[in-house]
Design a protein around this ligand. Structure first.
Ligand code: TYD
Ligand code: MG
Length: 455
């Protein structure tokens, strides 16, 4: 038997050292080293991995056959959009997300929807009965999906040989282990080894492999960064668990844009596609309530209209409270400081709470103006007409700054029936206003917006 060696691995970045270190020289994190036993693969074991894969020969690039039609559609527009038009044969895909967000549901639902392909769904987390229970919630119609509860890659490859699937799905990479390595499932070297084995399988047979990955407390994918380098696409499934909305974002995609997002709603019978998020998010509005403003944001290339709710009240304690849901706290503090300086907003005497409706997290800076106006509206207790929306970033000196792709935002606002949109005046050069029905209000500084709304 081959001699077992032990190494220490940084659980953050996968750096390997022969002795324990307090601080990782690669990523600088403290106390991340864990001892793992590496066993040199015996020839017999290595052969079982090799057996299932066919070796490929060099070809002239002009002889390589490829067409867009070879992509496998998932029969789910939102998922296809994020993938860039379907699953690419031979690709290795990683879907990450917090526990309970719906990763297993998304994958199983996809497996059940693709009826014209043979799918092998391997779960290291659930038994076959549990998978069946979930499948029954999603759909009753027949499908060509095989399920197996398995945690060893060697046995998974044996099942693959028996089933010969067109697509392989694995839930989750952290529960799978390879017999070639002695460390426990979920350790850095196991994750790296298993991912590499699936990659080799995908690349040589052309069968796409979809992996589920857990994420750590701070939101990054558990396991070494090297895994993100190996896979072709990393998709993140996120959302607030208290709400039904789920967003699928591509953090990396070798075969498509990372700007696209897919939106779903978790229902009693699985995930439902939300093809028009704005209409949905704005439908539950009550008129004449102060503290609400609509932001015309873009998620990737998709316009998304979101309601921002602000609440300003007198501070009861010495230190005023700040709280925000779905919006960066530091950015909120900065915007409040701008308001204090420019609009006479008494920062030190007020509690401020901010909420983005629907539990959605927004990173588009174009939401700034809506945030500021929602706070001001609550402060003066005057409602903003619900047919007005906002699209601009705020500068530190109170200037209203231009944002990207303003035409797309205005066109969508027009389509949704808004009467007015407040934008930066620097965004309006060369803008053909006559093309839109709605009024485009140009503002240069925040005081101007304040006067136009509340004067
Ligand atoms: P799951 O896919 O198990 O999450 P993950 O694999 O990311 O940990 O989803 C779990 C949640 O989704 C659970 O709280 C129940 C809910 N759910 C529904 O609301 N409807 C459904 O049809 C299904 C299958 C799950
Ligand atoms: Mg799961």
């Amino acid at each position: 038997m081959a001699k077992a060696k032990t190494y220490y691995f940084c659980q953050e970045c996968g750096y390997r050292s022969s002795s324990w270190l307090g601080r990782c020289p690669e990523c600088g994190k403290w106390n991340t080293f864990v001892e793992e036993v590496i066993q040199a693969p015996s020839a017999a074991k290595a052969a079982t991995v090799q057996k299932t894969v066919v070796t490929s020969n060099p070809k002239l690039i002009s002889e390589v056959i490829y067409s867009e039609t070879t992509r496998i559609p998932t029969h789910c527009n939102e998922f296809d959009r994020v993938l860039g038009g379907g699953i690419v044969p031979g690709s290795l895909l990683l879907i990450g997300g917090e526990p309970g967000i719906g990763k297993s549901t998304l994958l199983l639902q996809t497996a059940l929807a693709i009826k014209d392909k043979k799918i092998l769904y391997v779960s290291g987390e659930e038994s076959e009965q549990q998978i069946k229970m979930r499948a029954d919630r999603i759909t009753q119609s027949p499908s060509s999906c095989y399920v197996v509860s398995e945690t060893s890659t060697q046995r998974i490859f044996e099942h693959i040989e028996a089933v010969l699937p067109d697509i392989l799905m694995v839930d989750s990479i952290q529960t799978i282990s390879s017999e070639l390595i002695d460390s426990p499932a979920g350790s850095v070297s196991q994750i790296r080894q298993c991912t590499a084995e699936f990659q080799q399988y995908a690349k040589t047979t052309g069968v796409p492999v979809l992996l589920i990955g857990h994420i750590t407390k701070d939101g990054s994918l558990a396991g070494p960064k090297v895994m993100e380098h190996i896979v072709d696409a990393v998709l993140q499934f996120e959302g607030d668990r208290n709400y039904g909305y789920r967003m699928l974002r591509a953090l990396k995609n070798r075969f498509g844009s990372t700007a696209e997002i897919g939106i779903f709603e978790m229902q009693g019978s699985g995930l439902r596609e939300v093809s028009n998020p704005s209409e949905f998010l704005l439908s539950q509005r009550d008129e004449n309530l102060s503290g609400a403003a609509v932001a015309a944001t873009l998620e990737g290339v998709r316009p998304m209209f979101i309601e921002v709710q602000g609440l300003v009240s007198s501070a009861v304690y010495g230190t005023p409270q700040r709280n925000s849901n779905g919006f960066d706290m530091r950015r909120l503090s900065m915007l409040l400081a701008v308001l204090e300086k420019r609009c006479g907003f008494k920062l030190g005497a007020k509690d401020v709470f901010l909420n983005i409706a629907g539990g959605i997290r927004v990173s588009d800076p174009a939401i700034d103006l809506a945030v500021v106006c929602a706070v001001l509206s609550s402060n003066v207790d005057i409602a903003i007409n619900p047919r007005i929306c906002f699209a601009a970033e705020m500068g530190l000196s109170g200037e209203v700054r231009p944002v990207s792709r303003i035409e797309a935002r205005i066109a969508e606002a027009d389509r949704l029936g808004f009467e007015k949109i407040l934008v930066s005046k620097y965004n309006c050069r060369g803008l053909d206003k006559s093309r839109y029905h709605l009024e485009i209000v140009e503002v240069g500084v925040i005081e101007e917006a304040f006067r136009k709304l509340f004067a």
